[in-house]
Design a protein around this ligand. Structure first.
Ligand code: PEP
Ligand code: MN
Length: 375
């Protein structure tokens, strides 16, 4: 499935910003003084490109701080003007969009709890028709790439050309280390499908803790992401929302100093040569892997034929369990992680079942056993 987005880089809109793009500011606007002081500290210590603050906060439980609301629009604008940096806030419905446009807010982001709902995203898209304001779309709370792409497409179809995506991690029933565990494969796949889209990482909402900001930001840049949205507050411990994950602007500068930035290419010819050699080996291994998989599928089809002739079911649960048990053991002895081997086996098994199901029902075309239809 191709993703056709005709977009311009938000980094160019800001003014030919090289990577990384830094979006920072408090989780929530609380007072005008908090916003202006945080903004001033941000530019004193950092090269920040966009000042963020949430005005209408989507909180999980009621009776917590749900944002300062409309009054914060002018505070945010004032703080941005004070430091000469454009400002960005979260919108969750058409009224938010209208209020932001009226107040002259420079850019908008759509939060994870909104991206998840196509009705809300469409409402925002409709309110954006005729304006070309930059929009950042956070991933939906659930790890659904199609839903994320769908939200980007809805906003794009409204005429928005300055679009970027933000990876902020995904909800988990049992978050152990991270507040919203990251799933790096999803933004990487998004970038593969749409290379011109800038992808920003939000380590604050992924980690939920200050000490995780640096390793998460490092990981994002190792994956060649384009920037960070990271929460800062002049007095983080006193913040009215997300206190544990906010740092001072000075601490942000220290985090950014500790990051190792790597480039896509190295100027060293020796490095390029060695890389080329290793990649040739990888190419050969991949060729072997694919040929082996094709060979395996041929045997699978033969088995499917026997099963059909003998009236035996496609799915043989005991055999499947045995495959899992033995392959995981083997994978383990080869230093392959259990998650990786399991995922690989699932994909192979799914394809095998689809093929055998096809053979079983070759006379009367029925639905495949495992459906992958989109909803
Ligand atoms: C935020 O950025 O303050 C926010 C609410 O983020 P998310 O939508 O990622 O939860
Ligand atoms: Mn927050």
């Amino acid at each position: 499935m191709k993703v056709e987005l005709n977009i311009q880089s938000i980094r160019n809109w800001i003014g030919e910003v090289d990577k990384p793009l830094i979006i920072s500011g408090p989780c929530s606007a609380e007072t005008e003084e908090q916003l202006v002081t945080t903004a001033q500290q941000l530019v004193t210590h950092n090269n920040v490109h966009l000042l963020r603050a949430g005005l209408w906060k989507p909180r999980t439980r009621p009776n917590s701080f749900e944002g300062i609301g409309d009054i914060g629009l002018t505070w945010l604008k004032t703080a941005g003007e004070e430091i000469g940096v454009p400002v960005v806030t979260e919108v969750a419905n058409a009224q938010h969009v209208e209020k932001c446009l009226k107040a002259g807010i420079d850019a908008l982001w759509i939060g994870a709890r909104t991206t998840v709902n196509p009705f809300s995203v469409q409402e925002i898209a409709d309110a954006l028709k005729g304006v070309d304001i930059p929009v950042f779309v956070k991933n939906p709370v659930n790890p659904d790439l199609q839903l994320w792409i769908g939200a980007l497409e809805r906003i794009h179809q409204a005429g928005i050309t300055k679009l970027a995506a933000i990876h902020r991690g995904f909800s988990s029933y049992n978050p152990a280390r991270y507040r919203n565990p990251p799933n790096w494969g999803i933004p990487v796949e998004l970038k593969t499908l749409c290379p011109e889209l800038d992808i920003i990482c939000d380590p604050s909402h992924i980690g939920g803790r200050r000490d995780l900001l640096l390793p998460l930001a490092q990981k994002a840049f190792d994956l060649d992401m384009d920037g960070l949205m990271i929460e800062t507050h002049m007095t983080p411990d006193a913040a009215l929302s997300d206190a544990q994950q906010q740092v001072t602007p000075e601490e942000l500068a220290s985090i950014l100093r500790q990051i190792t930035f790597r480039t896509q290419q190295s100027p060293s010819p020796e490095f390029e040569n060695n890389l080329e050699e290793l990649r040739t080996i990888i190419d050969l291994i991949d060729k072997d892997l694919l040929e082996k998989l094709a060979e395996r599928m041929k045997v699978v089809e033969k088995i499917g034929e026997y099963k059909r002739l003998n009236g035996v079911t496609v799915l043989q649960i005991e055999r499947w369990k045995e495959i899992i048990r033995t392959r995981l053991l083997r994978g383990n002895s080869l230093q392959l992680t259990e998650d990786f081997v399991m995922e690989l086996l699932r994909q192979i098994h799914k394809e095998s079942i689809t093929r055998q199901d096809h053979i079983m029902n070759q006379d009367n075309t029925t639905q495949p056993l495992i459906r992958t239809d989109e909803t």
